[in-house]
Design a protein around this ligand. Structure first.
Ligand code: 13P
Length: 253
């Protein structure tokens, strides 16, 4: 089963509107041979989503939000709904990022609600899972990631599962320069795929599982060459267009 690779840049709290718009133009120019062959998205801060989506119209770059609220509307100060994201041109929504889990109270339950809200608004969820260093050292990686996947996707139909992407991001590899080895990544990706088979048997082989955590041009190709690594979710190294394009091109090798 060949799955088209999917590389998404998660900009976190970086870039003004002007910087974000300029980036899209430079990235499109730098993608070269990868254009159309690899699915590419960037996730700017909320403030830049509308302008980036406009700048990306007619290019091969798609737009993702970094988070979403699960309700459609209401008294939820500071929150943004899935329909609002769709209106400004988002196609994807990241949920369950470890920074949201650790710093902002995201739980498996809120992840599941957000996945439902994104699907209802015809957006494609990117669901992040990953263990902490303490959990890995205690031998609990597959248990923790398994729980996050099962709870985050509970009750979804095969058709709904097919519309989402998983992102395995070991917390100890995020922003640390310490990347998982290819063997560590492949082991967890294969375990996630096995759970997806249980949850939605026929579609499991079509669902992309991205790796995230200190992905850079030097290690991207090797990671994405693993049989169950179908792309990357890139933080720091997605902030500069040529470096990010080099990572995307790593998916072609
Ligand atoms: P880094 O690539 O900076 O390690 O961040 C990974 C990440 O959190 C992407 O969502």
């Amino acid at each position: 089963m060949t799955r088209r690779k999917f590389v998404c840049g998660n900009w976190k709290m970086h870039k003004t509107v002007a910087e974000a718009v300029a980036f899209v133009k430079e990235l499109e120019a730098a993608l070269g041979e990868a254009k159309g062959k690899v699915q590419v998205a960037v996730a700017p801060p909320f403030t830049a989503l509308h302008a980036v989506a406009r700048a990306a119209t007619g290019t091969s770059v798609e737009v993702a939000a970094q988070d979403v609220h699960w309700e459609a509307k209401g008294a939820f100060t500071g929150e943004v709904s899935a329909a609002m994201l769709a209106e400004v041109g988002c196609r994807h929504g990241i949920v369950g990022h470890s920074e949201r889990r650790q710093l902002f109270g995201e739980t498996d339950e809120t992840v599941r609600k957000k996945v439902g809200a994104l699907l209802a608004a015809h957006l494609q969820p990117i669901v992040c899972v990953g263990e902490t260093l303490a959990e890995r050292e205690a031998g609990r990686t597959l248990e923790v990631v398994g729980r996050q996947v099962r709870a985050g996707l509970a009750g979804l139909s095969a058709q709904e599962l097919e519309r989402l992407t998983l992102a395995y991001e070991p917390v100890w590899a995020i922003g640390t320069g310490r990347t998982a080895t290819t063997a560590q990544a492949q082991e967890v990706h294969a375990a996630i795929r096995a759970i997806l088979r249980e949850l939605g048997a026929p579609v499991a082989d079509r669902i992309r599982i991205q790796y995230g955590g200190s992905v850079k041009p030097e290690n991207a190709a090797e990671l994405m060459a693993q049989p169950d690594v179908d792309g990357a979710l890139v933080g720091g190294a997605s902030l500069e267009p040529n470096g990010f394009a080099a990572i995307v091109k790593g998916a072609l090798r």
